[in-house]
Design a protein around this ligand. Sequence first.
Ligand code: NAD
Length: 427
Amino acid sequence: MTTAALPSFIDPARIGPWGMFLEQLERVEPHLGPLAAWIDTLRHPKRCLIVDVPVRMDDGHIRHFEGFRVQHNLSRGPGKGGVRFHPDVTLSEVMALSAWMTVKNAAVNLPYGGAKGGVRVNPAELSMPELERLTRRYTSEIGSIIGPDRDIPAPDVNTNEQIMAWMMDTYSINQGSTQTGVVTGKPISMGGSLGRKDATGRGCYVVAREAMQRLGMPMEGARIAIQGFGNVGSAAARIFHDAGAKIVAIQDAAGTIANTNGINPHALLGFLNGNPRALLDYPEAEAIANADFWGVDCDLLLPAALENQITAANAGQVRAKLIVEGANGPTTPQAEDILNANGCTVLPDVLANAGGVTVSYFEWVQNASSFFWTEKDIHDRLDRVLTEAFQGIWDLAAARKVNLRTATYIMACSRVLEARALRGIYP
Ligand code: NAD
């Protein structure tokens, strides 16, 4: 990768997740034909906003947090992507996450560009009123570039439907009218969609089911190890379990538990009762070392926590035949080479976790028309969108003799760059 492709504000020595995205682009470039002439557009995020988020803490002093909203590409429609609250949030990370949204939205053919936001904060250290003030000030600061037709945030790591409710309310107050369509992942009572909460986990299941059929892997009794037991990981665990699979290991920020006979995710959620720190106390599984998680004997591995988890250092330990990337960017390009060489199929994030943004799209459509669908409508449409996307990408991978990530990037980047070329350069 040439450093000339880096925006000036990124330190070439510490390019992080954005560097990973650039490397993924390099891999797809030779497959894009004449559209490759436009690929530099994807190496330059359209708009990066860095905002100061001052918050009056409960004890009266003021703390400043750093907030970001990046709109990577808007060629196919308004920006769409989540908001993350995490102490490790950086501009590089938000840029990469926004770029992966561009690819993801195009991969499943949603009429959106890619965007992402974040605040560098550990929300566990804030009281509820402090979290609300932080959310409202951040929303107000990025208010000039978001909107139902401009850029539509959604939940991501450490953000949830309550935070979406505060974001929607703040934006609406500043606009002087109720704008339900400015965020998705809202509570049902204020314009949220049925089926949104579990949508990302359900999407992981749908694409895994399709891949397993083609790989000759039965769902009944399939052994699954899951990293991250939050929104994505816990929903996926329930849906896989209900379909007959067996959850044999779970790793979360609190540690790792395993049981070769299977962990019932419904029972575990009941035991945790909203307190994820109790994971290691769960009596129906044994605690194991975090480092042993990657080598757990399983058929399917589902990383659903953060990026950069499967690296060249641990990829060789993986025994799963299939990896389903619930998280964004969990596998480095070097790790993927090792996995592929060992006969492991990787369902890339930009396809595997697209269920969330797909139902977000359904929510946005419902908000725009003020007409709401049944949960069955949502599940059926989600299944159809993802199954069709999967089939197209699977066939393309076979035809071009490339892995599924490169095939997904070929499909998505071609759509984005075709729109870019047709729109042309202004002036
Ligand atoms: P979440 O905050 O609900 O859950 C994250 C989970 O990861 C938590 O259970 C946390 O304890 C765990 N975790 C954090 N650090 C960890 C570590 N070092 N080791 C092991 N576990 C760790 O977040 P989420 O919404 O479930 O998002 C998880 C991933 O899925 C992220 O990469 C996110 O970008 C991606 N994603 C989320 C959605 C969505 O709809 N929420 C959609 C697409 C992709």
